[in-house]
Structure formats: structure tokens, C-alpha cells
Design a protein around this ligand. Structure first.
Ligand SMILES: [Zn+2]
Length: 134
């Protein structure tokens, strides 16, 4: 039987490894303050372009005046305090590189880590032994 806490390898069931997100810095793996001293992000030092406000309004309108963050398959319901986030290159202000996030999701280092994990998953499935080889 495959449960939430186990992984099936051929005929062997092993405990699923715990997620290690965040545990390297915060005991217990809980990130509560939203502020991380180390690993400062560089995007805040990039000056806003002229017309940034117009750009943000266009992005928010495109995204329905709502945070576009997806968590556990559900889109964040927040519609207030919205900010526009650079998905990738902080110098790239094209609409494809911008999205609407609420303040907590925009400022969340946890969110950034989660996004990195999502991108890593998208790059390819994890290497697993072929069941036929066991
Ligand atoms: Zn949100």
C-alpha cells in the first residue's frame, strides 16, 4: 500500500524523505518573519523604469486584480495590497516577465524557494531506479 509517507520501490516500501525546504536556516523549518538575513536578493536595487506605475496597472488588470500565486492547486484569493513581481530577469519589464502577487507572496523568501523547486521539477523527473531492475 502506498501512503502519503511512503514510496514504493518495486516490492519494497520505504519512508518518504522529509522535505528539507527551509530547514537549513530556521530550526524546525518554519519561516515566520518573512525576512532572511543571508542570501539577499538583488532585484530591489534595480531602479524602477519610468512609467512603472502604468506597467503595474496593466499587469494587475491582465491578472484580474488578484494575486496569481498558486499553492496546493489553489490560486491565492488576495485582491488587495497587490504588487507586481519580476518572474525572472529583474531588468526585463516585458509583460511576460511580470505577474501580480500580494504583498506576503511577493516578499516571501519561502515563496521564492518554492518557485525554485517548481522550476527544478519542471526541468525533469527525478532519477529513480527502474522497477524492472530490482
Ligand atoms: Zn498571494
Amino acid at each position: 500500500m502506498i501512503g502519503a509517507d511512503t514510496i514504493q520501490f518495486g516490492s519494497t516500501t520505504v519512508p518518504r524523505p522529509r522535505k528539507r525546504l527551509g530547514t537549513r536556516c530556521i530550526p524546525g523549518g518554519v519561516m515566520t518573519s518573512g525576512r532572511w538575513k543571508q542570501d539577499p536578493t538583488s532585484w530591489r536595487t534595480v531602479p524602477r523604469p519610468i512609467g512603472w506605475k502604468k506597467i503595474t496597472e496593466a499587469i494587475k488588470a491582465r491578472d484580474g486584480q488578484r494575486c496569481v500565486w498558486i499553492e496546493n492547486g489553489q490560486r491565492c484569493p488576495t485582491t488587495t495590497g497587490l504588487e507586481v513581481d519580476h518572474i525572472g530577469d529583474p531588468h526585463d519589464d516585458s509583460h511576460e516577465n511580470l505577474r501580480t502577487l500580494c504583498g506576503p507572496h511577493h516578499g516571501s523568501k519561502t515563496g521564492r524557494d518554492a518557485r525554485a523547486v517548481q522550476l527544478a521539477r519542471r526541468a525533469g523527473p527525478p532519477q529513480r531506479p527502474h522497477p524492472g531492475l530490482l
